[in-house]
Design a protein around this ligand. Sequence first.
Ligand SMILES: N[C@@H](CCC[C@H](N)C(=O)O)C(=O)O
Length: 292
Amino acid sequence: MALDVNFAKMNGLGNRIIVADMRGRADKITPQAAVELNAQSDTGFDQIMAIHDPKSEGTDAYVMILNNDGSEAEACGNGTRCVVSALSAETGKNHFTFETLGGILTADESEDGMVSVDMGRPRFRWDQIPLEEEFGDTTGIELQIGPIDAPVLHTPSVANMGNPHAIFWVKKDVWTYDLDRFGPLLENHPIFPQRANISIAQVQSDDHIIIRTWERGVGLTQACGSAACATAVCAARKKLTGRDVKITVPGGDLFIEWRDDSHVIMTGPTEWEFAGKLDAQTGKWMRLVEEV
Ligand SMILES: N[C@@H](CCC[C@H](N)C(=O)O)C(=O)O
């Protein structure tokens, strides 16, 4: 089977993104094509952001989000910034409205190339995360990993930012935790019927948190924008920080504002990879033809 698609290889703070242009076509990138594409060295990615023709009036595009295990996601903060940079290079526009599986969101590119995405309103009710069983207080649910009397990670906050997140608060440096080992166990824990993105977070101050994330459907990544948003809102709910925070991820910094109307605004950079700066400047798409 040949996957023949125009694309740009980009990243958002090291979160590896393929922006694929599926406009004007009736087909979709299948889970199998995504898995096989990821196995090829030049096109390895964390997410594919497939831009389709709009489905709803007033939107610029429908964006299908695929993780590298072929599963579909409702939200991807870093990938959305990459879609904005790609479409802005192509069209010269700097404001976009997208629809994803998770709903409708807006995004803006500023003069300096930074992109802000309105990630919508977080949801905290147990059945909205979703969790398998009822918890009244989702600022810290009963879940732990490690010995029963000395858990390594415990009592995560949970939130849905379009997609499900659990955040474990830690006192020690986030790099001292074996997230590679605990990540898959927690992602697939029966308490999360739709699996979950798992982050560990160390609060530095009222406006700064350091996190690492094990992403659902991917594994360890350099950055997860929706996890940064989920961490920020959960920290503010627990009164660990204010509502305006810098989140340091392995790939750099994201700036999160939880506005009074409850919308979460995420701001950060994007980078072009082998589509190259030339393509970013001319707005020309590269063509990807792979046997998958
Ligand atoms: N990298 C993303 C999140 C992508 C989706 C996630 N793995 C999921 O399945 O929910 C981001 O920047 O938000």
